[in-house]
Design a binder for this molecule. Sequence first.
Ligand code: UD1
Length: 364
Amino acid sequence: MTKLIYLVAGARPNFIKLAPLVWILHSRRSVPFQIVHTGQHYDHAMSETFFKVLNIPEPDINLEVGSGTQSFQTARILERFDELLQEKPPSAVVVFGDVNSTLACSLAAAKRQIPVVHVEAGLRSFDRSMPEEINRLVTDALSDLLLVSEASGMLHLQQEGIPEEKVHLVGNIMIDSLVRMLPKALQRQTASRLGVEPGQYALLTLHRPSNVDDPETLSRLLALFADLSQKIPLIFPVHPRTKKQIELLGYTPPSDFRMVEPVDYLDSLCLQKQAKLVLTDSGGIQEETSCLGIPCLTLRKNTERPVTVELGTSTIVGNDENLIWNVFEQVLAGQYKHGQPIPLWDGHTAGRVADNLQDLLKGI
Ligand code: UD1
C-alpha cells in the first residue's frame, strides 16, 4: 500500500484548517496526500471561494453530498466516503474540527481500520444539544491520533480515558491561516467598501441552530441587533441557513443594520480586525478575534473554547439582552479587557501536525 493520506474537509471552517496543512505538506513533500471534499457546503461563497483565496488546489475528490437533516447528511457522507475507502484505501484519514463531515469520515475510516487523525481534538462544550458536541465526542473516541488546540482539550481527553500516547498538544491550526493571510486581508479595505469606517462598526455573524432555527428567538435577537445598530452600525454577513429563516420571518432591517452576502476568508479577517467589536456564535471567530485582540461577544450559553474567555477577548453573553447591552456598552466606553497571547497559537501549528503525521506513517 502506498502511504497516501486523505485530508477531509466539508464545511467552511474546515477549509481554513485544511489550508496550512496543505501548504506544509506541499513544501516538505514528505507525505503524499489527496484532498477529499464531502460537498457538505456547496455554495460558491461557502466553499469554492475559500479554496481560491487560501491558495489550495481544487479537491481531488468531491463526494457532492449537499444538505439534509443531520442524520441524512451524515449517512450520505458515510456511504460515499466508505465507497472511496473501498476503491482506494489510504494509509490514514485526517479530519478537522467538529462538523458532520468530520464525524462521518472518521466513522467510515475506523470501521475499515484505517487510522484516523483528528485535528482540533478534545474540545467540549458539555452541551449535547449542539450537533457539533456529538461529532466531537464520537470522532475523538474513534481517533488514533488526537491533535489538540488548547490545554482544556488535553484534560478532557485524559478524563475520557484516551491513552496519552495518542494525544498531542499542537496549537491552533486556524491561526496559521490567519498569520499568513492577514497582511493580504488588510489590503481589502472591506469596511470602506461596505460603507462603514474602520473602527466604527460592529461585525455580527449568526448561524447556530439554537439562535436561528426558533422564529421567536431569532425575532428577539434581530430586534436587539436593530437597537444596537442605533449606537454603532452593524455589518451582518448572513449565512444561508440564517438567510432562509430571516426570509420566513419577512424581516426588514433598519438602515444601519446591514445585511450582506457571506464574505470570503480575507474579507472576514479584514472585517474582524477593523471592527470595534464582534458579536458571533461561531467557534472560529471566537478564536480569530482573540488572536486579533478584538472584543468578542459570544452569543452562546457555553463555549468549547474556554481559552478564548480565560486568556482571549471573548465573553459569553448567550442571548441575554441585558448582558449583551452591558458588555456592548463596556466596549464602547473603552473599558473592556484586552486579552493575552494564547500558548501555541503561533502560526506554526501545521508543522507540528505534519511532524505527528510523519511519525504515525512511519509506524504503519
Ligand atoms: C455547519 C457546521 C457548523 C459550522 C458551520 C459553518 C455541522 C453540524 N455544522 O453548519 O459546525 O459552524 O457549518 O458554516 O456540520 N446551505 C446552503 N449552502 C451551503 C451550505 C449550506 O444553502 O453551501 C444551507 C442549507 O439549507 C443547509 C443549511 O444551510 O440545510 C445548513 O447547512 P449545514 O451544512 O447543515 O450546516 P451549517 O449550519 O452550515
